[in-house]
Ligand binder design. Structure first.
Ligand code: ADP
Ligand code: MG
Ligand code: MG
Length: 903
């Protein structure tokens, strides 16, 4: 039997299932599932994601040939269930063509509605329904969508508006009307003609009239849209592989635009911004599809409670609300009840917050989509913990529900409550995505990097704006509701967003925003509160967020599951404290180089570098010793009771010497040597390849007195603290070791220094001496090194650099191209390359532990806070990961998930 490429659904039956997302895409799989559980869904079929891959390989013609028979059969299936015929003049079947990838990519792919209409069929539709206006409205929409998506009639430049919208605006002006619903049948007929003329003029092609031609065109357009720039960008942003492909869903149309007993809407089973367990959503009467999300008309709230809340935020009186913007609960109470039951059923079934799309056609409810709703980090946490407390899901499920990286949103500042009270509120919109944002205004997404901190201000956003939205600190839109494109995308990104701030008037050409007569220009500062919908003038101060409640519960659950502990990379007592508050159990990497830069220290450091004799160097180092000791005392104290891994001096010395004439001169005068000598030393220190040059333990080998001074400072600091009753646990780490002998020589110095200090002070402490594994040779010879070392810490920044042969400081020139061309899937400096670098980590760990069973192993590269890399570390059997302070909670959760997945 040949491969099955088309799966049908309808009338309570389906060939697909919810767990077939890979093949049918999320939308298709859930349309099938909804049929199976008895939710009303218009019949249709799904063309698999495999066909998308075939399309990319074989091209348009061959693929249509491959699926033609199956699609025709599936159309016949839909015809039978609906009692209509595709392309028939008198009793036509109209369909929607919808994309749907495995992971939801909202608004990334374009949907075409009302496919199957032409000049004759529209007349038949009018006759059959007795609703001429509806028929022509549908036809007008179809030409518009098809013209845009399939035939490519888009705005020509960013200042231009949509060509179809422009035509409509002109007609509205001529007629003196404002809303789409005010068009007469003749207006609509006129629009259809004008639209077709515009298509012909721009593309030179006639609008297709044959329904199958229309269908194949639409199917191909969906497949093509998988490769468009914004889809590619979205995938990169969310780590979705290019090979997955999209499915195509073809589904019988139901119509929300058949008059006042028809409507369309979207709803969430819980609040996607805050996570509260409140059913909510938006709808429009006599409207179709995208009207609600597109922000063209002001959508109304589904529930009465939500409607009242909304009116209050908008400053609309109860009378005006009830008459102009009533809720679905008020306008169609029976259907509201039905919808309420359906949403409950869906949440019970999927056991997660659902984001659903529905249409009401002449008093009958149809569901068009359901999926696990996108949500903010705060909502993600609240929903998972609520469901866990309500015993709706167990603790493991709750934990695995959480996306570690999204915890980040909860860790960042919120507006300071005093600052906010005195801030001037410019406008109020909807609290579309929480957070606090301050920045300079930009009006175009591609200009979001114009200033360091920007707020993107738009009438509404569209998928083209994705990249700019991601860069901006916050997003403000004048139109659109809680389910507008801006709101949904911002929540997905965890980005602060205020939508539908009606008082904001924009002039894109002048690049200004006007609120109550006051003009704001590009570059002016504003602040947004995404939790209240308020827009403030200027910069507003922020403060630390609250870490109790649900957040604490998650951390508690995490600790229950996690096998690895989480340390932090910290070079100062303050960083150590922040990380400790986030639950860090120790420091995995304390860099010492910055300790040589501040104030007086740099002078002594330079003196040391410039010294021509060992004696001279020792004299200078003696000046540095007290500074170092003091720094270590601060850090050890902040991490009392936990191990602190201190890395000995690592960077090449030329980073410490002055390179400018003036500073060289000043230094010469200060330490009393001729400027010539300074210049010569600087020139001598110059290296062709500093990254592979005189650095790391190579410094300590050539200048043992540096290692000696550092070891002394560390041990003395620990002993001083011991006297004060503070439990300091130093772990001294030798960087950049590639051979056993290097490590041995450095360890000898450390041990003999420690011994001397112990004798001098008449006291001792425990300390460890280990090494960073960051040179491939060290990983390969880990068995030798482990015999002498107490611990290994994988320095995956350098290890990645050396394994790939990419200089991290120069990779910016080619890495973007490599990612673009698919040579690399991810930036290996952010996401550990498990396939390559990972082998060295595994091998190093294995050989190291074979030589010494109790060898402590951790990671201290940037990867230590990246969830997929943390999971890898867990599988490798590491004792801990170490990451920057703000990533500690993320790593704790990721470590717990890795362990939970194994159970
Ligand atoms: P997206 O992935 O951008 O949400 P969809 O495929 O869900 O795109 O389509 C967008 C909207 O079009 C839906 O929310 C729904 O309102 C409308 N729509 C899609 N298919 C149909 C249909 N068969 N009948 C009526 N409306 C439809
Ligand atoms: Mg949808
Ligand atoms: Mg290194």
């Amino acid at each position: 039997m040949s491969k099955k490429r088309v799966y049908t659904f309808g009338n309570g039956k389906a060939e697909g299932r919810a767990d077939m997302k890979e093949l049918l895409g999320g939308k298709g799989a859930n349309l099938a599932e909804m049929n199976r559980i008895g939710v009303p869904v218009p019949p249709g079929f799904t063309i698999t994601t495999d066909v998308c891959t075939e399309y990319n390989e074989l091209g348009h013609e061959k693929v249509i040939e491959l699926i033609k028979d199956e699609v025709e059969k599936a159309i016949a299936h839909v015809e039978k269930l609906t009692g209509t015929k595709f392309g028939d003049k008198n009793n036509p079947l109209l369909v929607s063509v919808r994309s749907g990838a495995r992971a939801s990519m909202p608004g990334m792919m374009d949907t075409i509605l009302n496919l199957g209409l032409n000049d004759e069929v529209v007349e038949g539709m009018a006759k059959k329904t007795g609703n001429e206006r509806f028929a022509w409205d549908s036809y007008r929409r179809f030409i518009q969508m098809y013209g845009d998506v399939v035939m490519g009639l888009k705005p020509e430049s960013k200042e231009d508006s949509d060509p179809f919208e422009e035509i409509m605006e002109k007609v509205k002006e001529e007629k003196g009307i404002e809303l789409d619903t005010e068009f007469t049948v003749d207006d609509l007929k006129g629009l259809v003609q004008k639209f077709k003329d515009a298509v012909k003029k721009r593309t030179g092609k006639d609008f297709p009239t044959d329904s199958y031609d229309q269908l194949w065109g639409a199917v191909a357009a969906v497949f093509d849209s998988w490769s468009n720039a914004r889809a590619v960008y979205y995938r990169r942003l969310h780590g979705i592989p290019d090979e997955w492909g999209t499915a195509v869903n073809v589904q019988a149309m139901v119509f929300g635009n058949m008059g006042n007993t028809s409507a369309t809407g979207v709803a969430f089973t819980r609040d996607a911004a805050t996570g509260e367990n409140i059913f909510n959503g938006e709808y429009l009467i006599n409207a179709q599809g995208e009207d609600v999300v597109a922000g063209i008309r002001t959508p109304q709230e589904i529930t009465l409670e939500g409607s009242r809340r909304w009116a209050k935020l908008q400053g609309i009186s109860e009378e005006e609300r009830a008459s102009k913007f009533p809720s679905l609960e008020e306008t169609m109470p029976e259907l509201y009840k039905e919808l309420f039951e359906v949403q409950r059923k869906l949440e019970e079934h999927y056991k997660d917050m659902q984001d659903l799309e529905f249409t009401i056609q002449e008093g009958k409810l149809w569901l068009l989509q359901t999926r696990n709703g996108k949500r903010t980090g705060a909502a993600m946490v609240k929903i998972a913990m609520d469901m866990y407390r309500d015993k709706f899901i167990d603790e493991k499920t709750a934990l695995l529900r959480l996306e570690p990286a999204k915890l980040d949103e909860l860790l960042h500042p919120v507006f300071d409550s005093t600052a906010i009270r005195s801030a001037k509120v410019l406008a109020k919109g909807l609290p579309a995505s929480p957070g606090a944002a301050t920045g300079q205004i930009v009006f175009f997404a591609d200009e979001a990097t114009k200033f360091e901190q920007t707020i993107l201000v738009r009438t509404e956003t569209s998928p083209e704006d994705l990249e700019g939205m991601n860069v901006a600190r916050g997003i403000l839109t004048a139109r659109g509701g809680m389910t507008s494109h801006a709101a949904v995308v911002a929540r997905g990104m965890g980005k602060c967003c205020v939508s539908g701030a009606g008082a904001v008037k924009l002039d894109y050409r002048a690049r200004t925003m006007t609120i109550d007569g006051k003009v704001y220009k590009e570059g002016d500062w504003i602040s947004l509160n995404g939790s209240t919908g308020e827009v403030y003038e200027g910069k507003v101060e922020t403060r630390k967020p609250d870490m109790s409640g649900d957040f604490a519960l998650i951390m508690e659950l995490s600790d229950k599951f996690a096998k690895m502990s989480v340390r932090t990379n910290a070079d100062s007592p303050n960083d150590a404290k922040v990380a400790r508050d986030f639950g860090a159990k120790g420091i995995g990497l304390c860099r010492t180089e910055h300790m040589f830069f501040e104030g007086e220290r740099i002078k002594a450091m330079r003196e040391m570098i410039l010294a021509t004799t060992t004696e001279g160097r020792k004299k200078a180092l003696a000046k540095l010793l007290p500074y170092q000791r003091e720094d270590f005392e601060g850090i050890f104290e902040a991490m009392a009771g936990y191990g602190v891994t201190v890395r000995l001096l690592d960077p090449p010395l030329h980073e410490f010497v002055p390179h400018q004439q003036a500073t060289q001169k000043a230094l010469a005068e200060e330490i009393g040597v001729p400027i010539e000598q300074i210049r010569n030393t600087v020139a001598e220190l110059e290296e062709f390849n500093p990254m592979l040059g005189h650095r790391g333990c190579r410094l300590g080998i050539t200048y043992p007195e540096i290692t000696e001074m550092q070891a002394r400072a560390i041990i003395e600091a620990a002993l001083n603290l011991k006297k004060k009753g503070v439990d300091a646990r130093p772990e001294i780490m030798v960087p950049l070791v590639g051979t056993l002998k290097e490590f041995q020589l450095q360890a000898e110095i450390i041990h003999s220094t420690a011994k001397n200090v112990f004798e001098e002070k008449g006291d001792k402490i425990d300390y460890l001496v280990g090494t960073m594994i960051e040179i491939p040779r060290a990983a390969l010879t880990a068995d030798e090194i482990a015999k002498e070392a107490d611990f290994f810490s994988f320095g995956t920044n350098d290890l990645t650099q050396m394994t790939f042969g990419y200089s991290r400081d120069d990779a910016g020139k080619f890495l973007p191209v490599y990612l673009d061309k698919g040579i690399l899937k991810e930036d290996p400096f952010q996401v550990l390359d498990q396939r390559g670098v990972g082998q060295l980590v595994e091998l190093g760990t294995k050989r190291g532990r074979e030589a010494k069973k109790e060898l402590k192993v951790g990671i201290c590269g940037e990867h230590g806070g990246e969830p997929s890399s943390v999971e890898f570390c867990h599988r490798t059997g590491m004792d801990y990961v170490s990451c920057s302070p703000y990533r500690v909670p993320i790593a704790r959760l990721a470590a717990a998930q890795a362990a939970a997945r194994e159970q």
